[in-house]
Design a protein around this ligand. Structure first.
Ligand code: M6R
Length: 611
């Protein structure tokens, strides 16, 4: 987690960095800080949001053309002014911003204390900058060389930028396991955790690789490995539009992203499907078509919402392609000595492409010879680069911490993959394939229709905004949607919610139901419809309040429910793309009504780059 931004060039550094930090605030918002060369090397930092830092800078002469900034998601040490970044070295001659975790910081700190270094904070990052200072003084070497040598000493993950008062035109950056992008402008350079702070100024970027060190000095970018091998920067041109990272008139990014789904779903299927001749095309899958065809098993690794998309994919792959699927929490998979063979395909799903557990899980599977396929949203992200092949979801930047459009884009892409493999394996007959393709094409307009439920859902939210618990029930393809609905509510409204397979309710959770308990039942017309009707009756019999998501035109469940949300009819295989929409809206409105910070919920960060 944490967001880092640095600038050197002809502009005033402070406003560029503050604006950049605001764009990266989704990565953490416990504290913010900046180091500037405004006369000398000065650090300003504050607990709280970037806006608090900005206010604290109001009376400071921030004039200067170089600086480094940080927005923090606390790992080592509580969120307060002292633990906020940047951190000075003991001499206060150099300062660091750091995203990641240094695992051997405690032993390094002991050693450095013995050598006379002093520490103000509880952070591992302050250990890193003192280590760099120690190496520099003892080896009498340049600062870039000291950073390079320090990279050999630290264990863990980092993206760092170092600024020194002795070389006021120089930024030194390094990465291992945490993302770092260099933006190349005309006579100016930017460094950031992702491209969003940069895109306004330049679309020419270089993604640093693990164990690389970048030195920006006198208008030159020098990249070398920690073994001191010089690298030629690979400059990429970004296609990201500035509007895609702004709120565009919506009150929150989350709402904007919910409403973007007709377009983001369309973008995720664009060019991959031609209805007339049942043509499905995905370059990454084509590359491994035979592997997919002959796979013994597909293992899906992911976390959070991406894991829920993986559960939907389990139903799809088993149903349409008849390949056994296991869906694993990446954090469990990586530590439980899993059985993986060369005939397994491991699919890593991640919006950010930076989730540490997912990355580690795929590295483990790779080391055992499995083929690794990525489904990521962020182009050029660590997971995307670590896979053998993959498919981008093309949902566009997702800024709200609660994942919405990324989920539907992931499900869309996974559905297409299941259809391609099903076709190839002969398990998906042509008539059914044609029907599915035609139905897929109608999904964006059906999502548009589902979004028109917004007003109705505001009304339902009013009724239940003060509830202390919620249950979400679904069966089959709607079971992962129930989990996703509960997660959305929990993370942004802080209401306890549980998602459950509807039939499992009678094995325990039914005890929770009384007249205070809102129960969201996703009960669309599909193969388990009759069964879920019984489950709704079980809830009613215990006086639970039923909020039912049903297929348009249904009359049976509406007769039993307190509130009925009608979504357009679609194929059972595609229903999660529609049934999740009202649940996203419900959680959003309840959270807003409770006065919660929807885009930046407490304790969370958008990309979880620590394990
Ligand atoms: O970037 P990823 O998809 O790998 O992130 C995984 C989870 O951290 C993420 O889905 C998280 O659960 C969201 N906050 C859910 O809304």
């Amino acid at each position: 987690m944490c967001g880092i931004v640095a600038y050197v060039g002809h502009r005033e550094a402070c406003p560029v960095i503050i604006k950049g930090l605001k764009r990266l605030e989704y990565r953490g918002y416990d504290s913010a800080g900046i180091a500037l060369m405004n006369g000398s090397l000065n650090v300003y930092k504050k607990k709280g949001k970037v806006a608090d830092l900005e206010a604290a800078l109001a009376d400071v002469d921030t004039h200067g053309n170089i600086g480094i900034g940080h927005t923090r998601w606390a790992t080592h040490g509580e969120p307060n002014d002292v633990n906020a970044h940047p951190h000075y070295s003991t001499s206060r001659n150099i300062a660091i911003i750091h995203n990641g975790i240094i695992e051997n910081y405690a032993s390094l700190k002991q050693l450095l204390i013995q050598k006379g270094h002093t520490f103000q904070s509880e952070t591992d990052s302050e250990v890193f900058i003192n280590l760099i200072e120690d190496i520099r003084v003892n080896n009498n070497c340049s600062l870039p060389e000291a950073v390079r040598l320090a990279m050999h000493e630290v264990v863990g993950a980092y993206a760092i930028v170092v600024l020194s008062k002795d070389t006021p035109n120089q930024l030194i950056a390094a990465r291992k396991g945490s993302p770092l992008v260099v933006g190349i402008g005309k006579g100016e350079f930017f460094l950031a955790s992702d491209a969003t702070p940069i895109i306004e100024y330049t679309n020419e970027v270089v993604y640093l690789n693990d164990y690389e060190l970048a030195v920006i000095h006198d208008g030159q970018l020098d990249i070398r490995t920690k073994e001191d091998v010089k690298k030629t920067p690979y400059v990429q041109t970004l296609e990201m539009a500035l509007e895609s990272i702004e709120k565009g008139g919506y009150e929150h990014f989350m709402l904007k992203e919910i409403f973007e789904q007709p377009k983001s779903i369309l973008d995720s299927m664009r060019g991959r499907m031609i209805a007339e001749n049942d043509h499905l095309m995905m370059a990454g899958v084509r590359e491994f078509e035979n592997k997919f065809q002959n796979a013994d098993r597909i293992i899906i690794v992911a976390c959070g919402t991406s894991w829920h998309a993986g559960l939907v994919a389990e139903y799809l792959f088993e149903d349409l392609a008849r390949i056994p699927v296991e869906v694993e929490y990446a954090s469990e998979f990586r530590y439980r000595n899993p059985i993986i063979t060369e005939k397994d395909i491991v699919i890593a799903i991640s919006q950010s492409g930076e989730t540490a557990d997912t990355l580690a899980a795929l590295e483990l599977a790779k080391s055992k010879g499995a083929t690794i396929f990525g489904v990521c949203n962020v182009v050029g992200s660590s997971i995307a680069r670590a896979t053998d092949a993959g498919a981008y979801t093309h949902a566009g930047p997702e800024i709200g911490v609660a994942s919405t459009k990324a989920f539907t884009a992931q499900v869309t892409v996974l559905t297409l993959i299941a259809m391609i493999i099903g076709k190839k394996r002969g398990t998906l007959e042509t008539t059914k394939l044609r029907q599915l393709i035609a139905e897929m094409e109608s999904i964006p307009s059906k999502v548009e229709k589902a979004l028109q439920l917004n007003e109705q859902i505001i009304g339902i939210s009013e009724v239940y905004k003060d509830a202390t618990n919620f249950l979400y029930l679904g069966r089959g393809y709607n079971f992962p949607v129930a989990l996703e609905g509960a997660l959305k509510l929990k993370e942004i409204s802080y209401i306890h919610a549980e998602g459950y397979p509807a039939a499992e309710m009678k094995h325990g959770p039914i005890a929770l139901i009384d007249e205070q308990m809102p129960v969201v039942v996703i009960a669309t017309k599909d193969s388990s419809y009759e069964k879920i009707v019984s489950n709704v009756q079980e809830v009613r019999a215990r006086k639970g309040k039923v909020i039912a998501v049903v297929t348009e035109g249904d009359t049976t469940i509406p007769a039993m429910a307190d509130h009925v949300i009608e979504i357009p009819e679609t194929s059972e295989h595609l229903v999660p793309l529609l049934s999740v929409i009202p649940l996203q809206l419900l959680s959003y409105h309840i959270a807003v009504m409770r006065g919660c910070n929807v885009d930046q919920p407490r304790n969370l960060a958008k990309s979880v780059t620590v394990e």
